[in-house]
Design a protein around this ligand. Structure first.
Ligand code: NDP
Ligand code: BG6
Length: 481
């Protein structure tokens, strides 16, 4: 049975997220017949517009960003589901017009009064949206989707959550961290718990350190005013990177039920030590060349203050203080304007071999066994191990064994947003973040947000400031550099 009839109310419908992710995801869900039988999207934003102009914008968005090319016939059917109401968040009148329109759509399209409120505005606007909804409440037949980051620190996150709780029950709240919607991120648990080969080495006895890198060649894509108030620690580390860390390190959940997985992640986050200032290196990009194109300095980007010290790169050394992981450093880094797009986890094994007693190792540097999960853009898993070099004598060299998702499964996985929107419409919270996880994640990053440090300059198109090398254990190197 598909999800129940409903209307998605898309706040911030004129924005970047709506254009790049949400509207293309909805088009693909329509293509796969995964939308409710009776469904509509009512966009709401301050920009002027009407149904026709919203449909035009959506068409452009689908043409540009959908994983499937736009098909005219399918598009015509999909476009009929889209409506737009312009209005502000400060003025209750705007929401009056919105609710009138929603009632009319219900009447015409049989969407049954159910709502999925999707907050795709900058996070500072979420509390006002919730307040406006409260004024028009109660909302027993509604769900609310909140984008990350939830708040900009622990206090604002708590205050937002209090506001949300006054209107919605936790069952109705869907906090998105779109990394959890990625197939390859979901595969982390399968990789760990379905393979004895991995499960047996997944602890401090065997693992020396773990690196998680989210590298992006893009800059701000017109999001300067949001980003300059956020920075990489709030935009990436507090949410995506800590979620990936929790999946990498959590204990086996009792089951795959949503609360079992969320309990296991939450318990793990409780053991992550709050970051100390010496565990963080920040960077900010200067002019450079990325993927063959010149890129302006961060401070010259539209919407960014000329004297901004906001970090566009953050590397942190996290510690998980429990029996399994005590003493193993987890190096997490995220940056804009890095040389290429890649998201990768590398677990480096301890070098306990007595290699030199028996063999000579060739190659520029000694490399021990490692397991690398390439999460995007070309998903795969690579295991590095040592092998005998052909020829006389016994010289060993590190070689790689590679698995590619594309080659093995020959299917194109759905985009993260397709999965998450479908789950929110169906009320499945497994891949959404619970309130306590959000709060704990803020507690982990709080000490470094409270003490701003220097943002070392790095030229666009490089792997970030060299100061980040100092976070690694002695003698180790960044896997991508
Ligand atoms: P945008 O800056 O594009 O904002 C979205 C829309 O919100 C704008 O089009 C604007 O519409 C409205 N808006 C902007 N500022 C204000 C304001 N001060 N008051 C009221 N409305 C405002 O943001 P994004 O779309 O990039 O991001 C939206 C949310 O999604 C954020 O929480 C972000 O962290 C999250 N996100 C974004 C991703 C992305 O790739 N863009 C990816 C993952 C999460 P109008 O002026 O017409 O009202
Ligand atoms: C978003 C951040 O949450 O994730 C963006 O706000 C970032 O700054 C994006 O570009 C990265 O997502 P992905 O799916 O492209 O790795």
């Amino acid at each position: 049975m598909g999800p129940q009839s409903q209307i998605m109310v898309l706040f911030g419908a004129s924005g970047d997220l709506a254009r790049r992710k949400i509207l293309p995801a909805l088009y693909n869900l329509a293509h796969d017949a995964l939308l409710p039988e009776r469904f509509a999207v009512v966009g709401y934003a301050r920009s002027d517009g009407d149904d026709a102009s919203f449909r035009d914008q959506a068409r452009d968005a689908v043409r540009q960003f959908s994983r499937r090319p736009l098909d005219e016939e399918r598009w015509r059917r999909f476009a009929r589901l889209l409506f737009y109401v312009p209005g502000s968040y400060d003025d209750p009148g705007g929401f009056g017009a919105l609710h009138e329109r929603l009632a009319r759509v219900d009447e015409q399209d049989g969407t049954g009064g159910r709502r999925l409120y999707y907050c795709a505005t900058p996070p500072a606007v979420f509390p006002t949206i919730v307040r406006r909804l409260d004024e028009s409440g109660p909302h027993p037949d509604a769900r609310i989707v909140l984008e990350k980051p939830i708040g900009r620190d622990l206090t604002s996150a708590r205050s937002l959550q209090d506001g949300v709780r006054a209107v919605f029950d936790e069952r109705q709240v869907f906090r998105i961290d779109h990394y959890l919607g990625k197939e390859t991120v979901q595969n982390i648990l399968v990789f760990r718990f379905a393979n004895p080969l991995i499960e047996q080495i997944w602890d401090r006895q065997a693992i020396d350190h773990v690196q998680v890198t989210v590298a992006e060649p893009i800059g701000l894509e017109g999001r300067g005013s949001y980003y300059d108030n956020a920075g990489a620690l709030r935009d990436m580390v507090q949410n995506h990177l800590l979620q990936v860390l929790s999946l990498l390190t959590m204990e086996r959940p009792g089951s795959l039920a949503d609360e079992a997985i969320r309990d296991a992640k939450s318990m793990l986050l409780g053991t992550v030590r709050p970051l100390a200032p010496e565990d963080v290196v920040r960077g900010q990009y200067t002019w450079g060349v990325v993927e063959g194109h010149e890129a302006p300095a961060y401070r010259d980007e539209p919407g960014v203050a000329g004297s901004s010290t906001t970090e566009t790169y953050a590397a942190v050394r996290a510690w998980v203080d429990n029996e399994r992981w005590g003493g193993v450093p987890f190096l997490l880094r995220a940056g804009k304007r890095l040389p290429r797009r890649t998201t990768e986890v590398v677990a480096q094994l301890r070098d306990t071999s007595t290699l030199e007693q028996l063999f000579t190792e060739t190659g520029a540097e000694r490399r021990c066994n490692s397991v690398a999960l390439q999460l995007q853009p070309e998903p795969g898993i690579t295991v590095d191990f040592r092998a005998k070099q052909p020829g006389h004598g016994v010289s060993v060299q590190t070689v790689s064994m590679h698995f590619s998702y594309g080659a093995a499964f020959m299917v194109e996985p759905p985009e993260a947003y397709e999965r998450l929107i479908a789950d929110a419409m169906a009320g499945d919270r497994t891949l959404f973040v619970r309130e306590d996880e959000v709060e704990r994640a803020w507690e982990i990053v709080a000490p470094v947000l409270e003490v701003p440090g220097p943002a070392f300059p790095y030229p666009a198109g490089t792997w970030g400031p060299s100061a980040a090398d100092g976070l690694l254990p002695p003698g180790r190197k960044w896997h991508l550099r």
